[in-house]
Design a protein around this ligand. Sequence first.
Ligand code: NAD
Ligand code: UDP
Length: 311
Amino acid sequence: MKKKILVTGGAGFLGSHLCERLLKEGNEVICLDNYFTGQKQNVVHLLDNPFFEIIRHDVTMPFFIEVDEIYNLACPASPIHYQYNPIKTIKTSVMGAINMLGLARRIRAKILQASTSEVYGDPVIHPQTEDYWGNVNPIGIRACYDEGKRCAEALFVNYQRQNNIKIKILRIFNTYGPRMHPNDGRVVSNFIVQALKGKDITIYGDGSQTRSFCYVDDLIDVMIRMMKSDDKFTGPVNAGNPNEFTIRELAEMVIRLTKSKSKIVACPLPEDDPLQRQPDISLAKKELGWTPKIEIEEGLIKTIEYFKKIV
Ligand code: NAD
Ligand code: UDP
């Protein structure tokens, strides 16, 4: 049956892929965005579809609509963007969650929160399982994002307990792919753009810190599976690719795949940059029957092809 679905942050990197996939599945999709880090360009190709519409709106302000499901993705995700106006980042996570949960309660819609591996902070448990409470500096430069997302999770579970609304919490680990903004500042887009332009590849610190990178198609797959799963399964559930690499390994891979002559240079490591990150995805495997399928080289090649067209 055709569902009416609201996607906040729908003009962003993940949101635009999600809107596309939900439309392909035959749904009616409303994309809501204030274009802080997203772009109309990401969804303009969907405008021919009569079951797609876009609305310029800021989630810190209340919003009313009748829908069956809400995917709450609105929030800057890259450290340079979420640290640009930290108070606004907190408001977006917290007031955005309150406004969307209030809406979900009023219209009895199911609602999914795009949470993050950042709720684990600089983790001392490795790989990270959902029952780990995390190691977050509440007053550091990443706190506006980490604590905002942690508060959003608290709001979700309490709206469920107090008001019995249908919630889903997905903890997303580093995801990359086409439609990342070229100036987004995240590591995969930075390295690819630098390599394609023949500029220095900027490794922060000594490059021994690790991340585990998931290709966007796999992530959208698990996000939709989570929304469709049994109402009793609320999460939080980790979503990411467990294959872990050092940032130096990633730089070397990008140089090799782009055949670039760029040199690697060391830059200062930002404060509170997590040293290691790898999702334990046993829960997603068990409850959602999901494992990521696209390995890093294949995903990087697709992403490099995209950036070749736009830089
Ligand atoms: P993105 O920056 O490309 O997308 C975020 C979108 O939200 C943008 O279109 C932006 O304009 C919009 N937005 C920001 N503030 C808003 C506001 N106040 N009102 C309305 N719209 C607003 O980032 P993304 O990578 O697509 O991330 C989407 C979501 O997934 C975010 O909530 C992010 O925290 C989460 N997430 C992403 C990753 C990742 O690796 N991509 C990892 C963990 C969590
Ligand atoms: N990073 C880097 N060079 C860059 C951008 C990022 O070495 O040009 C590092 C960053 O310090 C971090 C990792 O890459 O250790 C991932 O950074 P990103 O901003 O993509 O995501 P997050 O830190 O939120 O996982």
